[in-house]
Design a protein around this ligand. Sequence first.
Ligand SMILES: Nc1ncnc2c1ncn2[C@@H]1O[C@H](COP(=O)(O)OP(=O)(O)OP(=O)(O)O)[C@@H](O)[C@H]1O
Length: 292
Amino acid sequence: MTFGIDIQNLTVRYPGVTAIDDLTLKLEGGKIYGLLGRNGSGKTTLLSLIAAYRRVAEGTILVDGESPFENERLTQDICLIRESGDIVIDGDSVKGILRRSRRFRPNWDDELAQRLLDLFQVPANRGVAKLSRGQKSALGITVGLASRAPLTMLDESYLGMDAPSRYAFYDVLLEDYMENPRTIILSTHLIEEVARLFEQVVIIDGGRLVAHDDTESLRLRGAAVVGPATAVDDFTTGMTILGEQRLGGTKSVTVYGDIDPDARAVAADWGLELSPVALQDLFVHLTKGNQA
Ligand SMILES: Nc1ncnc2c1ncn2[C@@H]1O[C@H](COP(=O)(O)OP(=O)(O)OP(=O)(O)O)[C@@H](O)[C@H]1O
């Protein structure tokens, strides 16, 4: 079971700031989405509303065709993990959290939960207050994955984890998603590290939608042009340049914009190599207009 999401004209205002600004976005079920945005762009606000933590005031959010707010059928199947503190009640132990999750989550998988705790070396008998920051994050991830919720959202929830643990998490997530397809939204600032997981990417900035596309199509919106410096300079004249690097007589210039087949043929003629742009470079370009 997977849930699609249909958001229409969503606006969220806090005193002095519009956190989400007339956002319309449709996400098909059964995909892994990357939700990208700069600090304060509205990611957490958006995910909290989808998870029905609060009522929508302007616009609509439908999950699996229904409003999730105070909707018991949906809320048990929507899992949002923010900071690991989210799932913690004072005095909880790791075991207590797992017990509560098992009771509340219809698709809970004990075996996966135990496997993840072992993998991340989270001591099951310890009080949560005594866990390290990384272990708390790993516990959040464990609950997020073992819930097997048809809509699973992880909001920067793996930030405290070290690199080997994060990479182990990415592998388990992918493997478990293949076996148990569901809708997964990952919000992250570690773009390049997680990009291989994303089937589609949603970029928001200042509460507005900037891009929503397949990851590969998005990366093809630009190109890295590599070759002899003078040929690269000639080829990229007049293009929007995102960055450049030079090593001896060879130059690499990252450009934004469609490169049509004729231009690609010219590049090949001139001995230039074209490759897709790093997602992070595109993200920086697409969101820099809102720079403070
Ligand atoms: N409870 C609140 N009261 C007032 N303003 C808020 C509140 N929560 C969020 N905001 C503001 O709304 C905007 C969006 O915040 P949000 O936390 O959704 O951004 P974010 O994209 O998750 O940021 P980050 O990447 O830094 O976690 C910010 O300007 C923030 O200061």
